[in-house]
Design a protein. Sequence first.
Length: 245
Amino acid sequence: MKGKTLLVLGAKSDIGIALAYKFAKEGCNIQLAARNSETLKDDCSDIKIRYNVDATFHEFDALDINSHESFVSSLPKLPSIVISSIGILGNQKENEKDIHKAIEIIRTNFEGIVSVFSYLANDFQSRGSGTIIGISSVAGNRGRGSNYIYGSAKAGFSTFLSGLRNRLYPYGVDVITVKPGFVRTKMTSHINLPKLLTTNPNKVAKSIYLAYKYRKNIIYVKSIWKYIMKFIQLIPESIFKRMKL
């Protein structure tokens, strides 16, 4: 991967940092982007020393869509690969009452990423190469009462990635959709997650690297989720609407 450059959006997340280290270990130069990006300075220094690659940090706000075009043009180099690990789960019950918070969940998980990906997609298409990787969620496979606000944003994001993959294929640009399932991170630390269905950021990063290497389209980090969600999607709506999920 020498000579390749990876841009990580949402680089302060546990998965974002794990991705940076994994790809740097494989010889990839790293661009870390997040809000309050100064806090990524130490990670950049460590990556440079540890793996002898270039590493830079950049200010990026997913919700400030008016800044996204200038953000992309200000990067020291157009990346070879971009990965978004941006995401906030929110609290479904609270967000049902506070509509402004609900909209923020949708904008962060969908609108903001779609915006910056669209600018990068146009540049990748013009160049005729690149890989766009979006971390979506199994929550987007079917709407459930317990998390449909977050899930609806991820459903939209998965559909966006599918269409983008179809659009960019003739131009030599790969688009990968990643569905991790449960991941033990700061975002999920308050949830009691079942061990069988739960992975960790390092395993997610390894799976994403392999998906990039072998040019996959859609991956489930833990394959069991593929079968769980297929079963859930087969349940008739007349029955599904009565279930507590």
